[in-house]
Design a protein around this ligand. Sequence first.
Ligand SMILES: Cc1ncc(COP(=O)(O)O)c(C=O)c1O
Length: 337
Amino acid sequence: MRVDQLTTPALLVDLDRLDANISTMGAAWPGARLRPHVKAFKSTELARRLAQHGHRGFCCATVREMEGMAAAGLGDDLLLANEVLDTARLGALVEAGARVTVAVDSSPTIDAAAAGGVREVLIDVNVGLPRCGCSPDDAGRLADEARAAGLAVRGVMGYEGHLVGLEDRAAREAGVAEAMALLATAHDAVGGEVVSGGGTGTWDSNRWITELQAGSYLLMDTAYGRLGLPFEPALTLAATVISVNRPGGWGVADVGLKALGMDHGNPSIVDRPRAKVWFCSDEHLTFGLKDAGEVDVGSRIRVQPAHVDPTVAYHERLQVVRGDEVVDTWAVDLRGW
Ligand SMILES: Cc1ncc(COP(=O)(O)O)c(C=O)c1O
C-alpha cells in the first residue's frame, strides 16, 4: 500500500530513520547500558526491534506497559520508573517469570511493593524536577526500610526531566552535573549497582549514570528537534486538506488536537516548511495559505508533532513506511492503564 492510500490522519514511522536513531544511540549506549523508555512509543513491535539490537532491559511508566511487555516475551528486565500503589498486577508478572523492578520514594510505595509481590526496587531520588523522588538525604533510610521489608534494592534512579529540554547546551550540561551530584550522594547511601536516569536531551552529557532511560530519540519531535541532536525526525502524520478558504487565506487539514500531543506547542507542516500553522482545534489544523505553495481540497500534507509521547498515545497503530510505501503496521498495544 502507498501512504496516500491510508485513511488520515495516519501516524507514520520512517523505518530507515528509526533504524538510524537506534544505531546512533546504540553506538554510545550499547546493550544493557541503554534502558529504552517504552512510554515514548507504546509498541511491543518497536520494542522487539530494540531487543534485536541488544537492548533487552526497558523502562515503563504504567502497569499496563509492564504487562504488555511481559506478555510479548520482553520481560527480561523491566523497570517501572514510576511510583505505583496497585502492585498486585506487578506481583503476578513476577510469578509468571518476568523480572520486575519498581521505583519507590516513600514508605507507602515500599509497603505496596512488598505486599504486591514485587521483589526488587530502585530508590527514586528527586534531582530537581518537581515530580516523584525522595529527598537525596532520605534515600539511605528508605533503602534500609525496603531491605527490612524483604526487598532487594538494586540502586537508585533520578530523572533530570527539568533539564532534558534546555536548548542552551552549556546550561544543560551544568544542570546535569549538579543533578547527578545529588544522585551520587544518594547512591553512596543506598548502594547497589544501578544508577538509572537521563533522557534524549542529556544522552551525551550525563556521564554519571550506569544506564540511560531515553525514549524520544527513536521517533523525535519538533521540541527535541530544536536541540541539534543527531537523531532524525522519524515520526510524522499524514493528513488531508479538507477545506480551502482562498479569500480568507487559510486551509484546513484533518489532523487536530485529538491526534496530536499539543503540550509542547503546534505541529509543523514538514513538506511545506514555509506554511504557517495558525491553530489546532479538535479535528482540524488551520494553516495560512500565503507561503504554503499549491494546496487544494484533497491535497495530502505531512505534519510533525511537537511532543512524541502523547501523540503516539492517541493512535491505535503506527504505519511503518519507506519513502511512500507502507511496509508494515505496528499496533500501539501498550496504551491504557
Ligand atoms: C522517568 C523518565 N525517564 C526517562 C525519560 C526520558 O525520556 P526522553 O527520551 O523523552 O527524554 C522520561 C520521559 O518523560 C521519564 O519520565
